[in-house]
Design a binder for this molecule. Sequence first.
Ligand code: 13P
Ligand code: SF4
Length: 301
Amino acid sequence: MQSIEERIQELKRERGAIIIAHNYQPDEVQAIADFTGDSLELSRKAAELDEEVIVFCGVHFMAETAAILSPEKTILLPDQFAGCPMADMITAEALQAKKAEHPGAVVIAYVNTSAAVKAECDLCVTSSNAMKIVSSVPADQEIIFVPDTHLGHYIQEELGREMIIWDGYCPTHSRIREVDVRREKEEHPEAVIMAHPECPLGIREMADQLLSTGQMITFAAESDHKEYIVATEMGMLYRLRNENPTKKFYSVSDRALCPNMKKIDLEKVLWSLEDMQHRITVPKETADKARLSIERMLELS
Ligand code: 13P
Ligand code: SF4
């Protein structure tokens, strides 16, 4: 009898599909993916692929970003309810009201936002390019930054530049506690602490490196350090360990788990290919506006 992995590979060929996965996906999903990466790498990849069908193993805003960049392709999200609570902490209407309070402000949206919110923005950023892109905005220009308060404050502190920052946050990164990081550091004093900028201030202050998930992969591969404490979603450990077998990686906590990323499993990837579900589309008018902010990001990063 065919295994589920074999059936997925067969269907993938029949459908002319490719499977891409975020670094937080369950191990079994990362194992069958053709490409795994961070938000920016996945948006870039989706845009440059020849395949007409992309099974996007990640959360809704990521699949939507791919659909905005490649409206002619079929973007499938294996679980239609895999959302991002942080992205849901801001709506287009709420942002319009904030813009009305600050006419003339440049609006910068973290990629963790809906297409409708991106359509209200001037520039999009991910955690790997946010610092560079915010630096490119003239110093006297007012900035509204949405929706992640932690990434926003990290940029504000680093660049010494005041921004109007939304108060959204990632529930998964907010569950990482200072006591967890301290305990790991006491147990592994030689380890480098890598944290995601979505972490709260106390964790950011303890980190040796604040990195996007893709930057963590590169840093671990290139660094001479032998041990790493990983303060982000646990799915990161799969690639870090596989790609660096001689190094040691310690997760700060098994509470650092994104329930939405974990909604996707092998069965859902298979059903997605069998039924060509769930197709993610964005209305043309919204997509055309949102695309501008994403393309500006791709040009600047
Ligand atoms: P990356 O862009 O670093 O992959 O982060 C995406 C995300 O949702 C982190 O929680
Ligand atoms: Fe959203 Fe946080 Fe999950 Fe990333 S880890 S997708 S920010 S809830």
